[in-house]
Write a protein that binds this ligand. Structure first.
Ligand code: SAH
Length: 361
């Protein structure tokens, strides 16, 4: 796809078309493999640092292709740091990406990259910071991918994370094509070869898009932000529930799980006095059992300017106990990232506020 300045994204190239392009332009055929290794194995995205290539080829690549779009701004430059990072886009806007230490399936602690897919968000979830400044635009495929690439270390050829969650700012299924292309480039065996089961996409519940995933080649994991186990509770905090109430959403997830043979995760952030009641726990258990889903209970991080409060520990433990007694697979997360404003949109919102509220970015 054409980028500003008439360049195309290198990552959209297939190997054989790239090889032909080099030959057509007078370069030796074997150079294609060399470029491929520099990019996909050594993870060098700065053409001037591809010192194994002749200067003429480097000039050709720099002239034709865009490699990354946007850059990490602020935070540490060290590739294996944990924490919050702002990612600055070419139009000067910001999204956030976060590296978290999170438990893996086998109980080990793994570094997880949380990436964003939109500037702002149009879904309007009432508890979420991303939505507060409205929706600005979709990220391009290159911008989504570049967040991950900015955490690669060319001295080792490795990413500094083992898992990816698409849970930053924005609704990934509302930027469907760009998100899918970026994830496929990461996963492609001829490209970054990043395992599909190590990538989780989280959605607020766009049931029509979940059905589309159920009938397409989607090898990744799916998480759904439920946050309410009945339409009255969910509808109170998530406007998307009007378009896709539970009687549409739950069958869509069921179809996805059946077709793809993969367990879905239901996310449930516990907000005091809203959804942390025994009645909600029992209703959630019923949905989770129907879907054979795993439930992730997450403490709510308060957002400046919003009225919602984290459910007290006592309520959270009682909620989890009801699920466990009803034999639902569930984890009660500790406050992942709350000390660093890592929950959806909080960091970018804070930065926008600090940089002078009022300006619309
Ligand atoms: N739009 C997608 C992905 C981004 S949000 C989705 O809705 O799933 C990632 C997760 O963070 C969602 O489950 C979201 O509901 C949750 N979240 C948003 N604000 C939060 C907050 N203040 N505290 C805790 N979790 C929050």
């Amino acid at each position: 796809m054409a980028q500003p300045g008439g360049k195309t994204s290198f990552f959209d190239e297939g190997f054989s078309s790239f090889e032909s392009l080099l030959v057509e332009n007078g370069f030796e055929k074997y150079r294609a493999r060399q470029v491929w290794q520099s990019v996909y194995e050594r993870k060098i995205f700065d053409v001037s640092a591809m010192t194994s290539l002749p200067a003429g080829l480097r000039a050709f690549l720099a002239d034709r292709f865009e490699f990354v779009s946007g850059r990490r701004a602020g935070g540490s430059r060290s590739a294996d740091d944990t924490g919050k990072f702002l990612f600055e886009l070419s139009d000067g806007r910001y999204v956030e990406c976060v590296i978290l230490e999170a438990p893996d399936e086998d109980g080990g602690i793994r570094k997880t990259l949380c990436m964003s897919t939109q500037v702002g968000c149009a879904q309007g979830c009432r508890f979420c910071a991303s939505t507060m400044r409205g929706f600005k635009r979709n990220l391009t495929c290159a911008e989504i991918l570049s967040q991950a690439l900015s955490f690669a270390d060319p001295s080792t050829g490795k990413f500094s994370f083992e898992n990816i969650v698409v849970m930053g700012m924005g609704e990934p299924l509302a930027n469907f094509d760009n998100v899918m292309r970026a994830l496929k480039i990461l996963n492609d065996a001829d490209k970054f070869n990043f395992g599909a089961r190590r990538i989780t996409l989280s959605t607020c519940g766009l049931a029509d898009k979940i059905l589309q995933l159920a009938h397409s080649d989607f090898p990744f994991r799916l998480a759904v932000s439920l946050h309410g186990a009945t339409n009255d509770v969910r509808g109170q905090i998530m406007p998307v529930n009007r378009r896709f109430p539970l009687e549409k959403l739950v069958p869509a997830i069921e179809e996805f799980s059946k077709n793809c043979g993969r367990m879905t995760t239901l996310e449930f952030i516990l907000i005091e006095g809203v959804n942390d009641t025994p009645g909600q726990a029992r209703a959630l258990a019923k949905i989770a059992k129907r879907l054979h889903a795993h439930v992730n209970l997450i403490p709510y991080n308060s957002v400046g300017g919003l009225q919602w409060r984290r459910s007290p520990l006592k309520n959270r433990l009682a909620f989890a106990k009801i699920l466990k007694d009803l034999k639902v697979s569930c984890t009660l997360r500790r406050e992942k990232g709350s000390d660093i404003d890592a929950a959806c949109g909080q960091l970018a919102l804070k930065t926008a506020q600090e940089r002078g509220a009022g300006e619309s970015r």
